[in-house]
Design a binder for this molecule. Sequence first.
Ligand code: ACO
Length: 443
Amino acid sequence: MAKNTLTVTDNRTGKQYEIPIEEGDVIRASHIKEIKVSPSDFGLMSYDPAFSNTASCRSKITFIDGDQGILRYRGYPIEELADKSNYLETAYLIVKGELPDVKHFRAWEQNIKKHTMVHENIKKFMEGFRYDAHPMGVLVGTVGAMSTFYPDAKNIFDLESRRLQTRRLIGKMPTIAAAAYRLSRGLPYVYPDNELSYAGNFLAMLFKMTELRYKPNPILERALDVLFILHADHEQNCSANAMRSVGSSQVDPYSATAAAVAALYGPLHGGANEQVIRMLMEIGSVKNVADMIKKVKGGERLLMGFGHRVYKNYDPRAKIVKKIAYEVFEVTGKNPLIDIALELERIALEDDYFVKRKLYPNVDFYSGIIYQAMGFPMTMFPVLFAIPRTSGWMAQWAEMVRDPEQKIARPRQIYVGEPTRPYSPIEARLEPTSREDAVSDNI
Ligand code: ACO
């Protein structure tokens, strides 16, 4: 009968090892370590510089099948959630594991709204940033600073404390994000309006001017809410990994979230939607698309908003975003960049370069076009990603904190530097010209 094991022969020693295969197709790296030439040997290790084939945790939160283009939160298909749920309900699902009943949803909504205000000193703190500070930089700094306002957050093994910090973070994130935007515009802050929905209140804090009560457009409010659902979690991506990795040192969740926001800031992650718009503006017209494709194929450029570490098929979120774009345009008027994006997609999906590499539009390809049509400046795009992702980060963090198999994250390395060598006095060192060759380009 077939056994769920892997038999490995070490040709250096002729020894055979039987390694258990767990959960269908997983081997533990610790079992490879048992393969040694001699007892004093460290043992074999695997080398996986970008974790492209290494699972770092067991998780019950999000399921992705990248080949099939499937995404589910806690078992629920993203398409169904985007169609029928709302962001706060989805956040509950992600954080707690089940959809709430009416009573629990009301309590959850109230608990989040109770935490939408920020300490007045946080506002003062934010005023210290330079007038043209990127709102994502402001968010990184301010979320990190929140750990000093809530020292109780250090009790990470206390369930009630974890719950409280989760509500605080989900509640305050839009307030901080909106304040960063108002600050960048020289506009006065707008206090939260808890009569509005989560997305509606965010729009009010951003765009309210002199009117007594801001009334969000229901189509734009729903579009933003659906975009929030689509961005709520995405299993072990760069920022979730940052959240877990930093959190594994048992630091408070505000500090870990600041690290996650920083990870999201990068142009290869949440910063990509901003880069997509810059790229589309640079292309400028449908007739220039072929030129850009040529540059991409020549290795001069990346096609921003295309490709994904996990999806080797159309990102299911991108399909939904593309549909929402047209609903938004009904209100805002068409963003002309959509024509350039559609042409880029059309050519890319037919081109061998992209087909062979399984490069499809990801969630960022169309989201920026919607945000721009809704009046958000480009610098706010990654911030719009960070707000809903907070529920995912907190769920990932809490799962890590409670997982008995987790320890402080500490990858190994393959040392390729100099062997041991004696210190020489400065006068005796190489001539400057030969030293320049020896000094690496590291920094
Ligand atoms: N444009 C052109 N070529 C690409 C692109 C792209 N956007 N993405 C990947 N490729 C090419 C690579 O050059 C490589 O080609 P090669 O085999 O000839 O060397 C091949 O496709 C495989 O790509 P990798 O870089 O190995 O893929 P990886 O999984 O490391 O990268 C990533 C994934 C970072 C998303 C990448 O596709 C990329 O940089 N895309 C553009 C940025 C982007 O849109 N990021 C948002 C991701 S979604 C998110 O974070 C929410």
